[in-house]
Design a protein around this ligand. Sequence first.
Ligand code: LLP
Length: 450
Amino acid sequence: MEAYGGRNPQPGAIGGLRRYDSKVNPSACPRPFVYADHRLTCSGMDLAELAEEFGTPLYVYSADAIRERVELLQREFAGTPHTLCYAVKANSALAVLKVLAGLGCGFDIVSGGELERVRRSAPAALHEVVFAGVGKQAWEIDAALQSDILMFNVESEAELDVISQRASRAGKSARIALRVNPDVFAETHPYISTGLREHKFGIAIERARHAYLRAAKLPGIEPVGVSVHIGSQIRSVEPFAQALQRVRSLVEELRADGLSIRYVDGGGGFGIEYGNQAFDPAASAAAYAAAIRSVLNGLGVHLLLEPGRFLVAQAGALLTRILYTKQNGAKHFVVADAAMNDLIRPALYQAHHEILPVLGGFPESERPLVTVDVVGPVCESGDFFARDRTLPELRSGELAALLDAGAYGFSLASHYNTRVNPAEVLIDHGQARLIRRRETLEDLFAPEVV
Ligand code: LLP
């Protein structure tokens, strides 16, 4: 089955058995999760020990892996004035935001809540915030104006009027870009493709010039940029180049009209490999940057980018303990203690996440391969992490890691089935730190009244 977020690869079975060697990366895709002496580790920390200490389900992130990705992109854009505005929605943990701010990142936010996250983790970065979203409310606009954010990415002409009113009322001027919808097809899952005319996002590019000329006359509005975001988990660079080519033409037109456009925001969306196919993040970053640089060459703008997934997805995994195994007819089920409320991507997008046993050696580094459904305890048939997947046998009481869960994992978690949200651990400088404790039932009931 072709699944969004990667293919469903068959592990390389050797005579029905797969051997996990010491110090190996179990796939051609570089991740911080590797076996050392048949035990899965993250940035040198033993995952079984972390599960023992902090319980499961547990999100584990590597700060080093995040740093590596940021530095990759920063290196590629070194000759171009630019800011990486990390997309907070991908992983909103305050401690993660702090790591990113420490690397010089700004932030892409979509709500007053995300603005508050930046304020609490990295207040100095508030001036490097871009604010997108089709439904900004007055209080959110006010908070962003008070914070003197870098720019509003405005998604409709009606929103422009509201920002103008709020800014005038506060005696401020709002720097804005219009988020243009370039009508470019990005091959990805339909739920996360955004750059076609039929999508709710942005302002049709043909109408943009008219909207800018109107914006320029509005009180409290200073048009300074053009922004675009065509979707997420996009693996080829052409759609980015196509979209930015259209943006470039618009910038040139607007400048001819006398507007001083100094920012181009290319959005996020640069994808990763979720399966175990070869993936070279450095080469991918180089190709992505080369495509963008060549389109914008000589335009003389400050480039903003809003990467989320590329920076954090592969830095994280969700650790889960196997509760039961069961056979229903021909089906073999492995029931984990994590569920779709902890990681919804497989249920929502049929996304593929690699699943590894935390202890590779069983009993002496070999396990039979079995074809199973890995499922959670939630009462929906859609609550699965893998279907008909051939995996090293997982037995009850054992631990497994769901890889590439650093982006859109915890941030999409819910309380469905009245389940508490998992704890989160960040490994940084050889130390594992609890950055969010496991919720308690008391936390869950606190806002309710009987
Ligand atoms: N900028 C804007 C305006 C966005 O809407 C998004 C993502 C990003 C940047 C970051 O995109 P990234 O670089 O992470 O692809 N829940 C889905 C992904 C939803 C993406 C929404 N927008 C998933 O789990 O795959």
